[in-house]
Structures are given as structure tokens and as C-alpha cells.
Design a protein around this ligand. Structure first.
Ligand code: DCP
Ligand code: MG
Length: 371
């Protein structure tokens, strides 16, 4: 990272408000104004997100459904509908694309946009952000929040400050005081564990971090120390990267006890399948190859793959493939202690593997040959 800030760029970070929950409330009027938690498994599962009505009771993402229900007894659990979230995400992406090609999606519900030059020739980035928020509302009936600044780090933090349906602008001359007062807990990229560590050393804010030399930061935090050193000085020249290329996506789990029977393995495989599907959906990227990885109790690694000439986008098909690969190889090992699933041959940027794509394949085999 360079040692001077580039103040010439105009970066917007957009993040949808209570994304899954707002969609569920939009599509089912009975849920409007009610405390809801979205997530598979209801009170026995984990909350993916909660409506703002439920957040008042302390219900939040990643909390157990059981705990959520304790905090808010009238909480309504709603199952996830990833296909709908994905569809909305595409609508929002299309709006972004009408402003700029420099878009870096971070998940289904958030993205960085570089609007320094934009397709509508709007001079002020704040005006671009306002216009995007308005369009998102018109097209999806959902609200989002925006952070506007000259770099990604500050834009991302800013988008969270006036949620829901709010915009925060941090101009270059405001950056340093903003970062100095900022709690380390709000630093994007600082996880809970690191934040605890920082707090235990009396490092509460960006200003506290700024008192440390580059060397001290590197000694305490390793490689990322250099990033912190620059960030607290408002230096973040990372470009908005619109062609992040991911080669594969994997989920795996190690077990304390060795597993040997098909039934036992299928049982532990199920949560891996679900997590794997969730990760693929969130990354909005699917693969044509699904690989089952197994590690035997004597540490031998086995991988078995199945490749298709289309993107495997359905949960049921992923599960079936995983079971098939397992069944075909059940005699090649005695006991295993690790199972993983990997998707590779992922979509290329801009390729849409969704419903339309599959329908097209079903009805028009010629397009398959061209692929
Ligand atoms: N999500 C999830 N598990 C988590 C966090 C989030 O499944 N631990 C999902 C559900 C969210 C979506 O990702 O709706 C977007 O995550 P956000 O962190 O942006 O949270 P929300 O959009 O729900 O709320 P906010 O208004 O705070 O952005
Ligand atoms: Mg969000």
C-alpha cells in the first residue's frame, strides 16, 4: 500500500437493510411491523438475520434461535428463500451497473462502487448514492444504506452509521478525525478476537492505534499490522475490484470420532451440504464440478469429483452428488475423520447461472454447445 492517500476517488458502499428479513416482510404482509427472525431450523437453528422490530429485543445474526426466542417470545421464525434473495441481489446489481462498471460485490447484499467517473455523468458522489437508493427502493421496495468516501475502508464503515435507509458521507478532511475516534470494534477486518486483544492492550480507538509505530503494529498483529498503520492515517488505495476471480469454494469439517458407515457419514454430511450451499449462494457463484474430499483416520486424503456441463445450482442436486460420490467410494476406506465439499469450474464474472440460464438449457440445447 502506498504511503499517501489518494483523495481523488469517489467510492460508495451500499448495504441492504435487514436484507433477508425485509424481503420476507415485503412478500408477506402478515409479517410487516413484526419481530421476525429468518433462518433454517426455527428455534432449533441459527438466526441468519432479524427484522429491526426483533433487533430491539437484542435478537441478531448468528444467534441461536433458542436464545432469540428467550429474548423475544413473540418472535416469528421464517425459513430462508435463497433463490429470492439472489433474484433481488441481481436486480440491485443491475441498478449499480447503470451507474458504473467498477462494482465489487462483497455478498448478496453489499457492494463497493467506484463512481469517480460514472455513466450518468453525475458530479457529486452523494447525488449518485441518493439516486441509487431511490432506484433500489422503486425497483425492489426495499431500503438500503450508503457510505460515501474516497476509499473503501471508510465507505464501508460509513454505510453502517445511519442504518436503515441512511447515507453517511465522510469527506477527505473529515477522515482523520473520524478514524481517530472510531472504536477498534468497528474496524472492518478486525474480528472479535483481535478486537479483544486490542482492548486488553488499551487500544480502544483508531487514535490509540495511531500511537504505535509500524514496527510495533507488525510485532503485535503480524502482516495486517501494516494495513492498520495506513488505515488509521486514512490511507487505503485498494481499487474497487470488479473481477475477483475465485477458483473454488470449499467447506470441510473434521470430526472427533472416526466414521465408517454410510449412514453415519450421510448424517454428518448434511450440515456440510447445507453450509456449502449457503456459501455458494452468498458468493452468488456456482460450479460445474463438485468434489467430495475425505481424509481417512490414517491421514490419507481422497478426493472424488463429478463434473457437469452446467452449473450445479440446486441444493438437492448438490446433496445427491455428494451421496453418490460417497456411495461409489465407500469401500475404498475403513474410517474417515474429515469430510469436505468443493465447487470448482466456477462461473466467470458476469455469467448468470440462475433460473433463466437453466431454463435456457432445458429448451435450447444449441446454446449449451456454444458454452
Ligand atoms: N447473514 C447470515 N448470517 C450472518 C450474517 C448475515 O446469513 N451471520 C445474511 C442475512 C442478512 C444478509 O446476510 O440479511 C446480509 O447481512 P448483513 O450483515 O448486511 O445484515 P442485514 O442486511 O440483515 O442487516 P443490516 O441492516 O444490519 O445490514
Ligand atoms: Mg445488510
Amino acid at each position: 500500500m502506498a504511503d499517501a492517500a489518494d483523495y481523488t476517488r469517489r467510492i460508495i458502499h451500499i448495504d441492504m437493510d435487514a436484507f433477508y428479513a425485509s424481503i420476507e416482510q415485503r412478500d408477506n404482509p402478515a409479517l410487516k411491523g413484526k419481530p421476525i427472525a429468518v433462518g433454517g431450523g426455527g428455534s432449533r437453528g441459527v438466526v441468519a438475520t432479524a427484522s429491526y422490530e426483533a433487533r430491539k429485543y437484542g435478537v441478531h445474526s448468528a444467534m441461536s434461535g433458542f436464545r432469540a426466542k428467550q429474548l423475544c417470545p413473540q418472535l416469528i421464525f421464517v425459513p430462508t428463500r435463497f433463490d429470492v434473495y439472489q433474484q433481488v441481489s441481481r436486480q440491485v446489481r443491475a441498478i449499480f451497473e447503470s451507474y458504473t462498471d467498477l462494482i465489487e460485490p462483497l455478498s448478496l447484499d453489499e457492494a463497493y462502487l467506484d463512481v469517480t467517473t460514472n455513466k450518468k455523468n453525475i458530479e457529486l458522489a452523494t447525488e449518485v448514492a441518493e439516486s441509487i437508493m431511490q432506484e433500489v427502493l422503486e425497483v425492489t421496495q426495499l431500503t438500503c444504506s450508503a457510505g460515501v468516501s474516497y476509499c473503501k475502508f471508510i465507505a464501508k464503515i460509513a454505510s453502517d452509521l445511519k442504518k436503515p435507509n441512511g447515507m453517511t458521507v465522510i469527506r477527505p478532511h473529515q477522515a482523520i478525525p473520524f478514524l481517530e475516534q472510531l472504536s477498534v470494534k468497528k474496524f472492518h477486518g478486525v474480528g472479535k478476537v483481535t478486537a479483544e486483544k486490542m482492548l486488553s492492550w488499551g487500544l480502544k480507538t483508531g487514535g490509540d492505534l495511531k500511537k504505535l509505530t509500524k514496527l510495533e503494529l507488525a510485532q503485535r498483529f503480524g502482516k495486517v499490522g501494516g494495513f492498520y498503520y495506513n488505515i488509521v492515517r486514512g490511507i487505503d488505495n485498494r481499487p474497487v475490484n470488479n473481477n475477483r476471480i475465485r477458483k473454488s469454494l470449499a467447506v470441510e469439517r473434521t470430526f472427533r470420532e472416526d466414521l465408517s458407515t454410510f449412514e453415519d457419514i450421510v448424517e454428518v454430511l448434511e450440515p456440510i451440504v447445507l453450509k456449502f450451499f449457503e456459501r455458494l449462494t452468498k458468493a452468488d457463484n456456482f460450479g460445474r464440478t463438485i468434489t467430495l474430499k475425505l481424509k481417512t483416520s490414517d491421514f490419507q486424503l481422497m478426493t472424488r469429483s463429478s463434473s457437469k456441463d452446467y452449473y450445479v445450482t440446486s441444493l438437492d442436486e448438490i446433496r445427491d452428488l455428494a451421496h453418490e460420490l460417497l456411495l461409489d467410494n465407500i469401500d475404498s476406506f475403513e474410517k474417515i475423520r474429515l469430510i469436505g465439499l468443493t465447487a470448482s469450474n466456477l462461473q466467470k464474472q458476469g455469467e448468470v447461472p440462475g433460473i433463466g440460464y437453466q431454463l435456457k438449457f432445458d429448451f435450447d440445447n444449441e446454446s449449451r454447445d456454444k458454452e
